[in-house]
Design a protein around this ligand. Structure first.
Ligand code: HEM
Length: 407
């Protein structure tokens, strides 16, 4: 059906290779690709590695429109006459839990679930964690100072989100080693992932029962006491939510902290500016999110009907890739978009946390964690420098290779 590549309903696609998005050279630096997509006058058709059509949109206004569009969403089986979806009770526990995750739902299920959980993630709710996160950051930075050479990922960034999520959810101190092990298996989607999901689910059942009996000041208690107030989160929804917090909150936040450090250390005047005035840490957070946010393309959506968007048309039931990296470097919105500049005044228009109904639930928390880390690093590790050739660090795989630093 998609063999007629060159022009489809006004979309200009002739100048693009069909799978350019997955090409290793584009993986190393996708920004040139997104610049061309933005300038092409239509959504650009790509064929994903599984052979499915995948329409890329990269302009700021067009990505916003896509994120808000009522006929672009996740639950395509509700709209496509041909597609068949197994009933929930026919799925394995792991698949059933994934299907209940907020991030995979459309209204009305999304609306209901998000309404039940959003109270735990407001700016006020997460601000209470600031002293606790500050202590954690102080401990990590103090430990780094005792070593001459550290890995920015393992020693600074990686321990932050998992411990903060444990604290927010209310995992007792004595269970945290187990929690961190489950988290690592679930987040890495390793072969131990399904077993970890089951064990973690059983553990949460137990913890929820304890908190139902004796509530504490934590998210689990808040979620189980909802039950007494009419509308409720069922068991799978509770497990799915806590698991999603790990999956959505761990790697993203680590990526953001590590890239912030890397960008500061490769822009010495800006690193100096932060050391002179640590209150610039919030600006470092925002510019890092804009310039190199953790999410390149939001989890793919589907069209529920033919959709006119971004100057072209996408056929019904096709996959849509809305690029946050493209949007955040759109010259129509950001001056000198390819320059990292913590002093820019237009940074707040970035959409690194998405937009609309799925706007990142953990945005306040992620901003708080990374702001505190940048502050503490500037104040307490002023001699920090890269212990590797920066040109080796630009690539997409930074995350797996570590960030060697000298303190
Ligand atoms: C959703 C980015 C950290 C929890 C999202 C979305 C983005 C995003 C772009 C929207 C996805 C979509 O539209 O499909 C980020 C970035 C982070 C970060 C850049 C760090 C810098 C966190 C943290 C948590 C979290 C720390 C929780 C502890 C979630 C959840 C959703 C979500 C639950 C789904 C919301 C929904 O579907 O309604 N995030 N995230 N995220 N994020 Fe984050």
């Amino acid at each position: 059906a998609h063999s007629g590549l060159p022009v489809q309903g006004g979309n200009v696609v002739a100048e693009f290779g069909v799978s350019e998005l997955w090409d290793p050279a584009v993986r190393r630096d996708p920004h040139g690709f997104y610049d061309r997509v933005r300038d092409s006058g239509g959504p650009v058709l790509q064929i994903d590695p599984a052979g499915n059509p995948f329409w890329v949109i990269a302009g700021h206004a067009d990505v916003l429109e896509g994120l808000r569009h009522p006929a672009i969403g996740h639950e395509v089986h509700r709209h496509s006459p041909g597609s068949w979806q197994p009933a929930l009770h026919e799925l394995s526990e792991v698949a059933r839990i994934e299907a209940r995750q907020l991030i995979n739902l459309d209204p009305p299920d999304h609306t209901r679930l998000r309404g039940l959980v959003s109270g735990g993630f407001t700016a006020r709710a997460v601000a209470r964690l600031e002293p606790w996160i500050g202590d954690l950051a102080d401990r990590l930075v103090a430990r780094a100072r005792q070593h001459g050479r550290i890995d920015g990922i393992a020693d600074l960034a990686d321990p932050v989100p998992v411990n903060v999520i444990a604290e927010l959810v209310g995992i007792p101190e004595s269970d945290r080693p187990r929690f961190r092990a489950w988290s690592a298996a679930i987040v890495s989607a390793s072969i131990d992932g399904p077993a970890a999901t089951m064990e973690f689910g059983a553990y949460l059942d137990e913890l929820a029962a304890r908190r139902r009996a004796v509530p504490a000041d934590d998210l689990i208690s808040q979620l189980v006491t909802l039950e007494e107030q009419g509308d409720r989160l069922d068991r799978d929804e509770l497990v799915a939510l806590v698991q999603l917090l790990l999956v959505a909150g761990q790697e993203t936040t680590v990526d953001m902290i590590v890239n912030g450090i890397r960008l500061l250390l490769t822009h010495p005047e800006q690193w100096q500016a932060l050391r002179d005035d640590p209150s610039l840490a919030a600006a470092v957070v925002e510019e890092t999110l804009r310039f190199r946010g953790p999410v390149e393309i939001v989890p793919p959506r589907f069209t529920f009907e033919d959709v006119e968007i971004a100057g072209g048309r996408i056929p019904a039931y096709d996959r849509v890739g809305l690029s946050l990296w493209g949007a955040n470097r759109d010259p129509a919105v950001f001056e000198r978009p390819h320059v990292f500049d913590i002093h820019r005044t237009d940074v707040r228009k970035h959409i690194a946390f998405g937009h609309g109904i799925h706007f990142c639930l953990g945005a306040h928390l992620a901003r708080l964690e990374s702001r505190i880390m940048f502050e503490r690093i500037a104040q307490q590790l002023p001699g920090l420098r890269l212990a590797a050739d920066p040109t080796d660090l630009d690539g997409f795989r930074l995350h797996q290779d570590g960030l060697p630093l000298e303190v």
